[in-house]
Write a new protein. Structure first.
Length: 300
């Protein structure tokens, strides 16, 4: 029986370069898998009479990063930070900091994390194009989105002349940016721990760390952070605004958050990213990749 689920592209675009298919690397190991244009499959395994599949392999084929927790019990999955967490012998998964009940517990076997196929269908719905057929989950490249209209350029909003309000926010933003620059060059690490211990950041831990110093308590992940604050248009950006992006090739509708940075002013942002360089860096947001993948900005 064939069951269509939903969708994702395996076409990656970066800096004007188009890469067919998709590839992934499990950080912290030498394991790499490349998916050519066409289909790829993950075998369904019978566990006590129930269908399970290797969720790490599936996530990797789609294009997500994967990483094991230090104790080896949890598998972390995401783009530039963690979106999913699966734990050995736990019947609950975590998606964007929300617990999700699964029909049965995840099971670690060797270097794989087996998850009920029904849970994969529930958790990855809307993120990947795949179908179950003859004991396999078959992943297919998404045919692509309609050509998008070119969005307006980014602009700084002038400070309000009245007292308080916007001016106070800009002052806080300047303080955040000044502090952020002190961490330029700090290496990026997907799913990193506290900076005090790891001396690393991923995109959302960097934002959380800096805002905490200013008295703002933000969630840990970019997707959860995207639910905070008030949306700001491209033409009204101020230093300290959060900039949210999707990661090309990962999501069907190109609307899911995969990266976050902090606007600096003058069409620049500071962020922790694995690209174009590795680590905390300053980027021109008008460059094609960032202009095309921008979703929205938020002000706290």
């Amino acid at each position: 029986m064939r069951r269509a689920i939903s969708a994702i592209s395996c076409l990656m675009i970066f800096g004007g370069l188009v890469l067919g298919g998709c590839s992934w690397t499990e950080r912290g190991s030498d394991r790499m898998h490349s998916m050519e244009t066409g289909h790829s499959a993950v075998e369904v395994t019978n566990v006590s009479g129930a269908p399970y599949a290797d969720v790490g392999k599936m996530a990797g084929l789609i294009g997500f990063q994967t990483k094991w927790s230090a104790d080896g019990k949890k598998l972390l999955i995401g783009d530039h930070d963690v979106v999913y967490v699966f734990e050995h012998r736990s019947g609950k998964a975590n998606k964007a900091e929300r617990e999700v009940e699964m029909p049965a517990a995840a099971i670690k076997r060797g270097t794989t994390m087996l998850v009920p196929v029904a849970a994969i269908q529930q958790l990855f719905q809307g993120e990947a194009q795949y179908e179950t057929d003859n004991g396999q989950i078959i992943i297919s490249p998404y045919p692509g989105q309609q050509t998008k209209k070119k969005a307006a350029g980014f602009e700084d909003a002038p400070l309000a002349s009245s007292k308080g309000g916007f001016r106070a926010l800009a002052v806080n933003g300047s303080s955040i940016i000044s502090n952020a620059k002190a961490y330029l060059g700090v290496p990026y690490e997907f799913g990193t721990g506290e900076y005090a211990d790891s001396k690393r950041f991923d995109c959302s831990s960097f934002v959380q760390f800096l805002y905490e110093k200013q008295g703002y308590q933000l969630p840990r992940t970019a997707r959860a952070q995207a639910e905070s604050g008030t949306k700001v248009s491209r033409s009204e950006l101020r230093p300290g605004d959060l900039m949210f992006y999707y990661v090309p090739g990962r999501f069907k509708n190109d609307k899911e958050v995969g990266h976050v940075g902090i606007y600096m002013g003058d069409q620049q942002m500071i962020h922790s990213s694995p690209l174009p360089d590795d680590g905390v860096q300053i980027t021109d947001i008008n460059k094609q990749y960032w202009a095309d993948t921008f979703l929205f900005a938020k002000r706290l």
